[in-house]
Design a binder for this molecule. Structure first.
Ligand SMILES: [Zn+2]
Length: 501
């Protein structure tokens, strides 16, 4: 595993490429003994990363905080150099996160002197702040403005300081609420059709969230069932309002309601820093572009129901296996003939809550994103037996990359599996964020090559305490690792793979 000291000449640096070519070590073997070694090293790393003591590697928990230094240590042992490009923060790229857990909420409505606290079964309020408060209506100086199915943009800046009331219109609500807050409404009350719709909002917003601190929006968002809102306003008045607003009509003019509203919510908040870990294997031709290999190290913590005998979601397949493969790839690429292009190894945090770590990498990349000729995401890499078809998530988007992959797959005697199946996972992995900014990125894994392999895992182990290291077959993982090695060796060579146009 420790390959650094075996090649002291390479570490010392060489006078010329010619000389380097003469004494290049042979690429590591791919024979049966090598396959067994690869499987053994991956198994050891998967077992280490998915130990119960790591408590499911959730960012911001002791288990998460213990994991990125472990990865960093392995990268150092392997002989990589720091890939952060930041002497002030070697190996680690800080990812600033904010955990928001809704705590309490209260919505009060009334007309004239009567005030009514809307029962929890009919209302919910959410804020990212510790406490947020808004009042509106007669005598408060803040109007309550009903915008119907609109977004209030016709009002210009008249919404500033107002409480806006909008009718739910699934599919458009997020953008409309955004627009209302954009006009400086202090709060937005959304009228949803019924209790089921409110329960859906609660399921989406109420369970706590992890976001990038930079994405925090100071929004006080309230929801009420139509029935409860009609009761507060008066049934007839409500029916007329709703008819006037008319979903299909255009040009409905927002109007002020003679209604007093009090909105109050609190949240538990915690800001903390997690880390991406970035190592680099420097090539012989710096400046000729780079290859990026990435895998997320985080998982979802304790996820099974309280009271269950085992609540820890160990994330052995998802994604200890990806980190194990990233490390093993680094070992083998480091041990073999020196590559021309730089290869970056990125272990991302906070993939599970929404590709947050990779977004930070993209926003503050240690190398120009345009210089990345191709990226390989490793996610859920150990499930299939040897010889299984390989799924290529993100394939079919870059002809040059597709051609290299297709040739390597054929050469290995395997075949590419169900492309539709693979692509149904396109947006659920870090590679998606890279594709959005134009970096050609694939996720090649025999896990996604056939339903026969994937479906039973999704049904019984995915994001459950049963995703444990015991019993994993590393045959497919070894196939996939060797395929990555072949593909990356070619792509790292400017003579065999062009820079991005
Ligand atoms: Zn996952």
């Amino acid at each position: 595993m420790r390959l650094v000291s075996r090649f002291p000449l390479l570490v010392a640096g060489l006078a010329s490429l010619l000389l380097a070519a003469c004494i290049q070590p042979p690429n590591p073997s791919t024979g049966p003994a090598a396959r067994e070694e690869i499987a053994a090293r991956m198994r050891a790393d998967v077992e280490e990363l998915s130990r119960d003591e790591r408590m499911g590697r959730q960012p911001g928990t002791p288990g998460g905080r213990g994991t990125f230094p472990w990865i960093e240590q392995r990268m150092i042992e392997i002989g990589l150099e720091s890939g952060t490009g930041d002497p002030g923060s070697t190996w680690r790229q800080p990812v600033e996160l904010l955990a928001i857990d809704p705590d309490s909420s209260k919505l009060t409505l009334g007309q004239g002197r009567s005030r009514l606290v809307v029962p929890e079964s009919d209302a919910a309020v959410f804020t990212p702040r510790r406490r947020a408060l808004a009042v509106g209506g007669p005598g408060t100086g803040a109007p309550v403005v009903f915008v119907g199915y609109g977004d209030g943009l016709v009002l210009g800046d008249a919404l500033a300081g107002a409480v806006a009331v909008m009718l739910a219109d699934p599919g458009r609500d997020v953008a409309r609420r955004e627009a209302l807050f954009g006009q400086n409404a202090t709060a937005v009350l959304t009228v949803v059709p019924d209790g089921d719709a409110l329960a859906a909002v609660r399921a989406r917003e109420g369970g706590g969230k992890l976001i990038l601190a930079a994405d925090e929006q100071d929004h006080l968002a309230a929801y009420i069932t139509e029935q409860a809102f009609a009761r507060a306003l008066g049934g007839r008045r409500w029916q007329k309002l709703k008819a006037d607003a008319g979903k299909e009509k255009t040009g409905f003019a927002p109007l002020e309601l003679n209604l007093a509203i009090g909105i109050d919510a609190t949240s538990d908040r915690r800001e903390f820093t997690s880390q991406n870990v970035i190592g680099k294997l420097a090539g012989t031709q710096p400046g000729s572009g780079a290859v990026l290999v990435l895998a997320h190290w985080d998982h979802i913590g304790e996820c099974d129901a309280p009271g269950a005998a085992d609540r820890i979601c160990n994330g052995a397949v998802d994604n200890a296996s990806g980190i194990a493969m990233l490390l093993e790839l680094a070992r083998r690429l480091k041990a073999g003939a020196r590559l021309e292009r730089d290869v970056y190894f990125l272990a991302t945090t906070a993939e599970e809550p929404g590709l947050l770590g990779i977004r930070t990498f993209i926003e503050t990349p240690p190398l120009p994103l345009e210089s990345i000729v191709a990226a390989f995401n490793l996610d859920m890499m150990a499930l299939a037996p040897a010889g299984s078809p390989i799924g290529v998530i993100g394939g079919g988007r870059d002809r040059a990359l597709d051609a290299v992959i297709a040739a390597a797959v054929t050469q290995s005697g395997r075949r590419i599996g169900d492309q539709d199946l693979a692509d149904s996972f396109l947006q659920r992995q870090d590679g998606w964020a890279l594709l959005q900014v134009g970096v050609p990125t694939v996720l090649m894994s025999s896990t996604f090559g056939s339903r026969g392999i994937l479906d039973p895992f999704i049904a019984s182990r995915y994001h459950k305490s049963a995703d444990e290291a015991a019993g994993i077959d590393y045959g497919g993982a070894v196939d996939d690792l060797l395929l990555h090695e072949t593909v990356i060796r070619q792509i790292a060579d400017p003579a065999r793979y062009p820079p991005r146009p």
